[in-house]
Design a protein around this ligand. Structure first.
Ligand code: T5A
Length: 198
C-alpha cells in the first residue's frame, strides 16, 4: 500500500519543524520519510543563497527555481511513497503560491505547479496558523533572519495570501488550518488524530 503524502505549511517560525518531529515519532520514525523544500540539492542550495540575501534573484526566477527543485524532489518523494512509507514534507507548492504569488502573477505560479503532472498533490496539508508577531517572538533567538522573516508587514501579507490560496483550493485540496498558538502537545494530538483519519 502506498504511503501518505503529508505537507506542513505556515509562516517562518510557526512551529512546522516541531510538529513534524512529533508526528514522525507518533507514526514510528522508521515508517516515515522526512523531507523539506527547498531541498538539499544544488538547486536548493541556490535558493537558500537567495533567501539569505547573498544572491540576487527576481521573484520570477525564485518561482522557477522552486518549481525545478520541486520536480526533482517529487522523484524522491514518489519512491518513498511507493515503498509504503509516509512522506512528511516541510513546505510545498502552497509556499510558492503565498511567497512568490505575492510578487509575481499568482495564477501563473499556480498554473506552473498544479498543471505539472510531475508534481503530485498531497493527501493533506496542515497550515500552522500563528500571528506574524508571535512567529517573530519564537524566532527571536536566531542570529540571522532570511529575507521573508525580517518584515512583519510582509509576513502579514504572506499569511493573507495563504488564506486567499486556500480559498481558491477549497474544493480540490485537503487543507487543515491548525491553531498553532496552543501548547505543543495539544497541537500534536490534533494533527495525529487528523492523520489517522486518512
Ligand atoms: N519558500 C519556500 C518560498 O518562498 N517558496 C517556496 O516554494 C518554498 C518551498 C524556507 C523559506 O523559503 C521560502 C519560505 C521560507 O521563508 P526555512 O529556512 O526552511 O525557510 O525555514 P522555515 O520553513 O520557515 O522553518 P523555521 O525553522 O523558520 O520555522 P518552523 O519550522 O515553522 O518553526 P519551529 O518548529 O522551528 O519553531 C520555531 C520556534 O518556536 C518554538 C520552537 O521550539 C522553536 O524555538 N515553538 C513553540 N513555542 C511555543 N508553542 C508552540 N506551540 C511552539 N511550536 C514551536
Amino acid at each position: 500500500m502506498a504511503g501518505r503524502f503529508i505537507v506542513f505549511e505556515g509562516l517562518d517560525g510557526s512551529g512546522k519543524s516541531t510538529q513534524i518531529l512529533r508526528l514522525a515519532s507518533k507514526l514510528g520514525r522508521e515508517k516515515v520519510f522526512l523531507t523539506a523544500e527547498p531541498t538539499e540539492t544544488a538547486i536548493g542550495g541556490t535558493i537558500r543563497e537567495a533567501l539569505s540575501g547573498s544572491l540576487k534573484k527576481t521573484p520570477f526566477e525564485m518561482a522557477a527555481l522552486f518549481l525545478a527543485d520541486r520536480i526533482s524532489h517529487n522523484i524522491l518523494i514518489g519512491k518513498h511513497l511507493e515503498n509504503g512509507r509516509d512522506v512528511i514534507c516541510d513546505r510545498y507548492y502552497y509556499s510558492s503560491f503565498a511567497y512568490q504569488g505575492l510578487e509575481c502573477d499568482l495564477s501563473w505560479v499556480m498554473h506552473m505547479n498544479l498543471g505539472c503532472s510531475a508534481i503530485r498533490r498531497p493527501d493533506v496539508c496542515f497550515f500552522m496558523d500563528v500571528s506574524p508577531s508571535y512567529c517573530r517572538q519564537r524566532m527571536s533567538q536566531r542570529a540571522e533572519l532570511e529575507i521573508f522573516e525580517k518584515d512583519l508587514a510582509l509576513m502579514q501579507k504572506t499569511r493573507d495570501k495563504f488564506f486567499e490560496v486556500f480559498s481558491l483550493l477549497k474544493d480540490s485540496e485537503n487543507i487543515k488550518i491548525i491553531d498553532a498558538s496552543r501548547h505543543i502537545e495539544t497541537i500534536s494530538e490534533e494533527i495525529f488524530s487528523l492523520v489517522s483519519e486518512i
